[in-house]
Design a protein around this ligand. Structure first.
Ligand SMILES: Nc1nc2c(ncn2[C@@H]2O[C@H](COP(=O)(O)OP(=O)(O)OP(=O)(O)O)[C@@H](O)[C@H]2O)c(=O)[nH]1
Ligand SMILES: [Mg+2]
Length: 435
């Protein structure tokens, strides 16, 4: 899978780790190899330069404790790729929504429409499919058959030439909660296509404007992504045909250009062949590193255990507090964490969303603090609060609440310090943490 990029990147990493010591020349060499690998995978040139610079900077940096140079390099390359395509497993919101699919001829829009319908159907929602491809002769039948196969309602008007009219009628006629609109493709980008899809977007008021790109798109990705992005404001990317051998650089380019992230990947022709984007699985394949998941797990536990220990013993600064908040966000949304902890039933949905939004605002407030304030939050007086509030766009009352929460948690943690008798030591030892 994604053969070229994977073997070249892997070779580049192996070469460095084969070298006795990692000096400037070795890092230069690595950077050039990575550039070559990305270029040959059809990643856009300016993006290649940008990425290889950041990889170079980080690869020459200090080696984190607990990681070998090789592990560190894999992690750096991994992060450079996922920064663009999506750092976390995509969270798919299960609520009523309107989806518009865009992409050139044969990119996989129609198949993806059915795949998405099947996905939401399995999650208990009521999707319906609308065929707004009035160009290709068999487009109507193709989607109709797929819809029948997965038992999802379908709307189309055979013989009608105006896709806007079809969409308007469909919206009047159909009831359901996930509306999926398939649009027509073209051989090349042209004004008609762009005008047509813009109109469809206006009528639909799409919540998700998804760019469907085949994994073998190559250098054309840039032009297509920017044309669709200018017309619609692409919100997500779906990469199709990842079951076939392909270079895959186009996905990177498209995400970088639109700022959108990969939402799903398609790995076959049937409606079942859709997977939620998972950076670890995706990039492991991309850089040809099957044991990537284990490696990242290790890297994460080194970092997290250190900060978790600080947290648990009550010996933490505002920065540690932020690390905790960030690592929680990296793990997915708060609602997912509550889910994992079996708490989702307890917390009403509204509260969880509120909590999540609050965590985000806290993060902004902590960012607006000086290093001194983060290390010693006790020094944050009223005038500092005012400055932090202004700097982060957060209400003063909320900055106060953050500080109060920090102190409260710190006090509580100190009280239950696992090193002390009657503390939480036993509990944490059960989870394999030693004190
Ligand atoms: N192997 C494989 N084939 C795929 C995948 N996605 C789509 N295809 C196939 O690619 C071809 C084109 O897919 P469509 O879904 O019709 O593409 P489209 O974008 O709707 O094409 P137009 O409507 O002509 O613009 C079909 O033969 C699909 O079965 C995939 O993930 N893997
Ligand atoms: Mg189609």
């Amino acid at each position: 899978m994604l053969g070229n990029l994977s073997s070249k990147l892997r070779e580049a990493i192996d070469k460095v780790t084969g070298a006795g010591s990692v000096d400037k020349a070795v890092i230069e060499d690595l950077t050039r190899d990575i550039q070559r690998a990305l270029l040959s995978a059809d990643v856009d040139v300016s993006l290649v330069l940008e990425m290889s610079e950041s990889i170079k900077k980080r690869a020459s940096g200090e080696l984190p404790t607990g990681l070998t140079r090789k592990e560190h390099l894999v992690k750096v390359v991994y992060e450079a790729l996922t920064n663009i395509m999506g750092k976390t497993k995509s969270v798919i919101e299960l609520k009523p929504k309107k989806i518009l699919l865009a992409g050139l001829y044969g990119s996989g829009k129609t198949s993806t429409a059915a795949k998405l319908a099947r996905f939401y159907q399995k999650k208990g929602l009521k999707p319906f499919l609308i065929c707004c491809d009035t160009i290709r002769p068999a487009a109507f039948e193709q989607l109709q058959q797929l819809a029948k196969r997965i038992d999802v309602p379908f709307y189309g008007e055979k013989g009608e030439k105006d896709p806007s009219r079809v969409l308007k009628n469909a919206l009047k006629e159909m009831r359901g909660d996930v509306i999926i609109v398939d649009s027509s493709g073209r051989n090349a980008l042209d004004g008609d296509l762009i005008d047509e899809i813009k109109k469809l977007n206006q009528i639909l008021g799409a919540d998700e404007r998804i760019l469907v790109i085949p994994s073998d798109i190559g250098q054309a990705a840039k032009e297509q992504a920017s044309a669709f992005h200018n017309a619609l404001g692409i919100s997500d990317v779906i990469v199709t045909k990842l079951d076939a051998t392909a270079k895959g650089g186009g996905a990177l380019t498209a995400c970088n250009l639109t700022g959108a992230k990969v939402k799903f990947i398609a790995v076959g022709e049937t409606p079942e062949d859709l997977q939620v984007y998972d950076p670890e699985k995706f990039v492991a394949r991309l850089i040809g590193f099957p044991d990537l998941e284990t490696l990242l797990e290790k890297a994460r536990s080194v970092v997290d255990e250190k900060s978790a220990k600080k947290m648990i013993t009550g010996d933490f600064t505002m920065s540690d507090f932020m690390t905790q908040i960030e690592s929680m966000q990296k793990m997915g949304s708060m609602s997912q964490i509550l889910d994992m902890a079996g708490l989702s039933k307890v917390a009403k949905k509204g509260n969880v969303d509120e909590q999540e939004a609050k965590m985000k605002r806290w993060k902004y407030a902590i960012h607006a603090m000086t290093t001194e304030e983060r290390d010693n939050p006790e020094i944050v007086n009223s005038s500092r609060i005012r400055r932090i509030a202004t700097g982060s766009g957060i209400k003063e009352a909320e900055v106060r609440e953050l500080l109060a929460n920090y102190s409260k948690i710190k006090k509580m943690m100190k009280q239950f310090n696992p090193k002390k008798r009657g503390g939480f030591g036993g509990l944490f030892r059960q989870f394999g943490m030693k004190f």
